[in-house]
Design a protein around this ligand. Structure first.
Ligand code: SAH
Ligand code: SF4
Ligand code: F3S
Length: 446
């Protein structure tokens, strides 16, 4: 039988990256091999994002480009999944005539069936129903080519309804996956050589709320800590409001939990935090940062910040800058507020002009770069444990690994070290990476 090729392009967050891995795994069972050359593909899937207008625009332009491949290959099938697909449903077919199927965030498990139906009948399909049982969450994606790090979904959806955000509408209500299923998957991954897991959820701090009493996020971390072979545990994302004392203590108590937390603050103005429906104040946030740093002084803290939320005054913005100066994040993702249909913020007054949002974003990012470089410089001369992930992007002779705090370190080392945990000394710091020397070889290399 002729090989069939699948080309998947992913937009958006880590959740979507993992969903794409699951799609590839499901379709491999139907005989599809993944390719990174769209021209070879028999099946193209775009796993879309709708978090900001720019993310949605990127999807349309890629669909325009990839749709043209149908001119040369009348058998080619094109489908869209993910959050923009969930949002548009059958309207996607009207907007993009060359689409064959549209599937939403709860319907990944139906992929083989949909592809088979398109092959057979050549009719347009849409599947965007939400399901009470999340069939898609536990699809097992086996590790590929010496993969060391894997995502594991522990929950789906979100109930928080932050005023700017589309996720609760597109991923459905929050639902936690039973711990037994999660541990079974992690055991399987560890058996196949995986060293590190990143637990995924929109708000991992509320893990367990939809399960029986006594199951919460820290109890899950402790269980995962006992899986032999797994050396490191990470998670994303945690909501500052729900960051418990118990989880803060976990950073000191649970050896495998990495010294990094991504804790999106969004704004440094209490007035805006209330309008955003975030459920904490700047003071609450600062207290939690203090507690985290008190228990684990070397913890790296990263965050998300939105500028130009409706009604953001120069004073609100300045309060965000002041908060950044107080906290000095290791790094941040920062965004211009993007209006999304159906969200509470859409109805708010005081929309900010794009050029003003741009100005605020640029100043904020310059400040963050300064802090990131300072933070990285503080690490020079320190000893760090790395999981060596592979070859460095910068140089053929270098390897690359990450510190527990999620920083990239490039260093000279032999291929055989890939997959090992090794100690290094940081010798030089840059904005986006660090340079290091293996401890045993200090004095011999570089
Ligand atoms: N569930 C996660 C992340 C959700 S999306 C959390 O709560 O932290 C990732 C980031 O995108 C958010 O933290 C926010 O900073 C940003 N974001 C979400 N909606 C946005 C919008 N409409 N405009 C600009 N940025 C947005
Ligand atoms: Fe969006 Fe807020 Fe839910 Fe995060 S917690 S996904 S920002 S609604
Ligand atoms: Fe985008 Fe959906 Fe993730 S909107 S950021 S892909 S949850």
């Amino acid at each position: 039988m002729k090989n069939k090729y699948l080309y998947i392009q992913t937009f958006g967050c880590q959740m979507n990256v993992h969903d794409s891995e699951q799609m590839a795994a499901l379709l491999a069972d139907s005989g599809y091999k993944t390719t990174d050359n769209a021209k070879l593909a028999d099946l193209i899937i775009l796993n879309t994002c709708s978090i900001r207008e720019k993310a949605a625009q990127k999807v349309y332009s890629e669909l325009g480009r990839l749709g043209k491949l149908k001119d040369h290959n009348s058998e080619l099938i094109i489908g869209v999944g993910g959050c923009l697909a969930q949002h548009l449903g059958s309207r996607f077919h009207k907007k993009v005539s060359r689409l064959d199927f549209v599937f939403g965030t709860h319907n990944i498990h139906r992929l083989p069936e949909m592809v088979a139906a398109v092959c057979k009948k050549r009719e347009k399909i849409t599947s965007i129903n939400f399901h009470k049982n999340i069939h898609s969450i536990g699809i097992y994606a086996p590790p590929v080519n010496g993969q060391l790090i894997a995502f594991v979904t522990i929950m789906q959806g979100c109930n928080n309804y932050c005023a700017y955000c589309v996720v609760p509408y597109l991923r459905g209500p929050e639902m936690s996956r039973p711990p037994g299923d999660i541990i079974e998957e992690i055991n399987k991954l560890a058996d196949q050589g995986l060293k590190e897991v990143t637990l995924l959820g929109q708000n991992v701090n509320s893990y367990g709320n939809t399960l029986e009493k006594g199951i919460n996020f820290t109890s899950l971390i402790k269980k995962i800590g006992k899986v032999s072979g797994i050396e490191r545990i990470r998670f994303t994302t945690s909501h500052p409001r729900d960051l418990s004392e118990e989880l803060i203590n976990c950073f000191t108590e649970e050896e495998k939990l990495c010294e990094h937390i991504h804790l999106p603050v969004q704004s440094g103005s209490n007035r805006l935090l209330a309008l955003m429906n975030r459920g904490y104040s700047v003071e609450d946030y600062l207290k939690k940062v203090d507690r985290l740093r008190h228990g684990c002084p070397q913890i790296s803290i990263t965050s998300d910040i939105i500028v130009g939320f409706p009604g953001e005054t120069e004073r609100d913005y300045q309060e965000t800058i002041d908060m950044m100066e107080k906290i000095r994040f290791d790094s941040t993702f920062s965004f211009k507020y993007s209006e999304r249909k159906g969200t509470a913020a859409e109805k708010l007054e005081g929309k900010i002009a794009d050029c003003e949002k741009q100005r605020r974003l640029k100043l904020l990012q310059d400040l963050q770069d300064k802090h990131t470089l300072e933070k990285n410089t503080e690490l020079e001369g320190s000893r760090q444990e790395l999981l060596i992930e592979g070859r460095s992007k910068n140089s053929e002779n270098d390897l690359m690994g990450r510190t527990s705090s999620w920083k990239i370190v490039n260093f000279k080392g032999k291929q055989e070290l890939i997959g090992k945990m090794m100690d290094i000394t940081i010798t030089k710091s840059y904005l986006h990476s660090l340079r290091g020397k293996l401890i045993e070889e200090v004095g011999n290399v570089n």
